[in-house]
Design a protein around this ligand. Structure first.
Ligand SMILES: Cc1cc2nc3c(=O)[nH]c(=O)nc-3n(C[C@H](O)[C@H](O)[C@H](O)COP(=O)(O)OP(=O)(O)OC[C@H]3O[C@@H](n4cnc5c(N)ncnc54)[C@H](O)[C@@H]3O)c2cc1C
Length: 414
């Protein structure tokens, strides 16, 4: 199955989940690193575009794996889901790293305008015309499908940085232009990890043999860099404190959704006193250049789907602000029609949606609206363990799943 051809709906997410659940155990653990190519890719879930927009939550994917396979067999899959949680929590503790990426992207994009030779190399790489086996295929696969296997992403980023010696933030930006699962935390921090900026002094150097094995023998690139180079970028700042989430108001409120959480009906009770629901997505702000049509359509479709389900759940009218010519003005028109002053917003993590929404939320506050940013238990339970390295979080997975009430599978097999 190719994600590109998949509808951005919760129904599709659940269908894909059900299809993949039987392979979430030993099969996934043993085969997940291999990428047999689009046609034979049954060993990884391809759930990321859904989970990234929370058309399906991390908790739902983990529960399904635990129920069907038990803790021991499902642990590899759960660990991978927790990489997403780790990156998200880590970036939330260090929003400066996101700022640094945005600044690096701006200055590197300006270099492209000035340096014709760099521009030519960049265009050759993004068009998949370098002559490097594997790399060219992945550049085209990304543009055509909006998805790459994790190992292909690692190899692509490494070749971009160390063989082609291209600027790192432009590579991250190229991914965000096309990935249906494009995510500020997973993408920025994975690129920083390959570059040796996230785990200082430990870059990921792609090697021919590893690519041969992980591509199931499809690719065997020659003349790859045999050593990494130092990549310009700031180190990791100390973690900041994450602001506590707000409780739900004890009075009627309106609900404002973004692309970061689109299955609100799975965690808010239908009997809550909701007056209306609106939604606004920011996919066009993802990258410096034009975002691919497929990526924009996936996010727009996901928002429309999430909004309709929320409206149905609470039995209230929906307003898709992103469908209006000027969504910002439409937001203020919408709040102007509300009877309530309290607006609940599922937490918007650090990234382009936060960059766009934060000033709007500030303006709403200054106009007398009370904004309540609520957060899922999953994030609140895991994020305190995301201040340092991933392995600190990994150790805590069983106990955190226990506090979330997902310990049954762990007890049975663990
Ligand atoms: C350079 C680079 C850039 C990346 N950019 C993104 C991005 O923008 N958005 C994104 O969602 N992921 C990104 N990843 C992480 C990872 O490659 C994808 O999440 C994964 O390949 C999605 O495919 P899947 O759903 O088939 O994964 P599966 O192997 O089936 O894993 C199940 C789920 O676990 C999570 N997961 C698995 N591996 C990782 C990982 N390494 N990091 C974070 N979460 C993971 C995803 O939610 C995934 O859906 C990037 C990785 C690299 C190396």
């Amino acid at each position: 199955m190719i994600p590109h051809h998949v509808g951005p709906t919760r129904a599709q997410a659940l269908e894909r989940l059900n299809e993949f659940v039987p392979r979430m155990g030993a099969h996934y653990a043993g085969r997940r690193n291999v990428d047999p190519g689009i046609e034979g890719r049954a060993n990884v879930s391809q759930l990321s575009p859904f989970i990234r927009h929370r058309l399906l939550s991390e908790e739902e994917a983990v529960s399904a794996a635990l129920i069907v396979h038990g803790a021991e067999q499902a642990f590899k899959f759960i660990q991978e889901i927790c990489w997403r949680t780790y990156f998200k929590g880590w970036l939330e503790h260090r929003p400066l790293v996101w700022r640094d990426y945005v600044d690096a992207r701006t200055s590197q994009a300006a270099l492209l305008e000035k340096d014709a030779s760099l521009r030519a190399d960049y265009e050759t790489a993004t068009a998949g015309r370098t002559g490097i086996d594997g790399f060219d295929h992945w550049a085209r696969e990304l543009a055509e499908t909006g998805y790459l296997h994790n190992h292909a992403r690692m190899s692509f980023a490494s070749i971009w940085l160390f063989t082609l010696k291209l600027p790192w933030a432009l590579g991250a930006d190229f991914f965000l232009r096309h990935l249906l699962d494009g995510d500020p935390a997973s993408n920025t921090l994975s690129w920083r990890w390959v570059a040796g900026l996230h785990t200082a002094g430990k870059p990921y150097l792609a090697k021919r043999e590893a690519i041969e094995t992980c591509s199931d023998g499809r690719f065997s690139p020659r003349n790859l860099a045999d050593r990494p180079r130092d990549i310009d970028g700031t180190g990791n700042p100390p973690p900041e404190t994450i602001t506590a989430a707000d409780p739900l108001p004890q009075k009627p409120f309106a609900l404002l959704l973004t692309e970061d959480d689109l299955s609100i009906e799975t965690w808010l009770d239908e009997h809550l006193d909701v007056e209306a629901v609106a939604g606004m997505e920011s996919a066009s702000s993802r990258c410096a250049d034009d975002v691919s049509q497929a990526a924009r359509e996936f996010t727009a479709g996901a928002l429309a789907d999430g909004l309709s389900r929320a409206a149905l759940h609470f039995g209230v009218p929906e307003t898709n602000l992103s469908k209006q010519t000027d969504p910002e003005t439409a937001l203020f028109d919408w709040v102007g029609r509300l009877q309530v002053k309290d607006i609940v917003v599922p937490f918007i993590p650090t990234g382009w949606a936060r960059d766009r929404m934060a000033p709007l939320l500030r303006k709403l506050r200054s106009e007398g609206f009370i904004i309540h940013e609520i957060r899922r238990d999953w994030d609140d339970a895991f994020w305190p363990h995301t201040r340092k390295g991933y392995f600190k979080l990994r150790k805590q997975i069983p106990s955190v799943l226990g506090t979330l009430g997902l310990a049954e599978g762990l007890k049975t097999d663990g």
